[in-house]
Design a protein around this ligand. Structure first.
Ligand code: PGA
Length: 251
């Protein structure tokens, strides 16, 4: 049985005072909900705040990006070792905004995935297609290539310590959610692709869905057999929404 994961991706949002209120509300609003895992991925400057407010709670924290390098003259970058200094559990790698706005190619994403794993962090690997690619019938090819780049570098066994997030780019921040059936179809594709290397790892792999998940659509998405939770952007900034989404993952 795969335990569902609901992870918030705050993207570039936050302010010390608001964060405190939001995190405290999430902690109290989800207390006793133990049938799923909850996490928040916050901007780097707030990792220390997340650590002090969330330690000794049931909520984990993490970052939204990581350098592929251990250390060195890489101005503005943050290493896995630094994330460990703040006791992060998760780090998002290959979010579509990183791939498109910051030109991260699949090779770079794979190196970041490896850097996270090597440091004992749990990478949340994002894959997903654009609207044009979907309409042209290339969804599986695109998602397959993004996945293969990682498997090619680290081997399929490494997926056992990671989470996959299917995030169709056309659904991120647009209010357009993939239908549960559309998402389920790609999740099955991903699981089968992993199963072609290792059936057990595929069966245990958590594949979460991201792209305009809200309190109003979470339950129907999470009801699909191969959807093991969600990566939540906008709705993770609103305590009530995020708590309701987490509640939907309890079933
Ligand atoms: P959204 O974002 O939930 O606002 O669509 C998802 C994400 O950024 O991962």
């Amino acid at each position: 049985m795969r335990m569902k994961l609901v992870a918030g991706n705050w993207t570039m949002h936050g302010e010390i005072e608001q964060n405190r209120e939001l995190l405290n509300m999430i902690v109290s609003g989800t207390t006793g909900m133990e049938r799923a895992t909850c996490a928040v991925c916050v901007p780097y400057p707030y990792l220390s705040q997340a650590q002090s407010l969330l330690k000794n709670t049931h909520i984990s924290w993490g970052a939204q990006n990581i350098s592929q390098h251990d250390k060195g003259a890489y101005t503005g970058e943050v290493s896995a070792i630094m994330l460990n200094d703040f006791c992060c559990r998760y780090v998002i790698v290959g979010h579509s905004e990183r791939r498109t706005l910051y030109s991260e190619d699949s090779r770079t994403v794979a190196l970041k995935f490896k850097a996270a794993l090597d440091a004992g962090l749990v990478p949340i690997l994002c894959v997903g297609e654009t609207l044009n690619q979907r309409e042209a019938g290339f969804t599986e090819q695109v998602v397959g290539e993004q996945l293969d780049a990682v498997i090619g570098l680290v081997g399929v066994d490494a997926l056992a310590s990671s989470v996959l997030a299917y995030e169709p780019i056309w659904a991120i921040g647009t209010g357009k959610t993939a239908t549960p059936q559309q998402a389920q179809g790609v999740h099955v594709f991903i699981r089968n692709r992993v199963a072609s290397h290792n059936v057990r790892i595929a069966a245990e792999l958590r594949i979460i869905y991201g792209g305009s998940v809200k309190a109003s659509n979470a339950a129907e998405l999470f009801a699909m057999l191969d959807i093991d939770g969600g990566l939540i952007g906008g709705a993770s900034l609103i305590a009530d929404e995020f708590i309701s989404i987490f509640l939907a993952a309890q079933n």
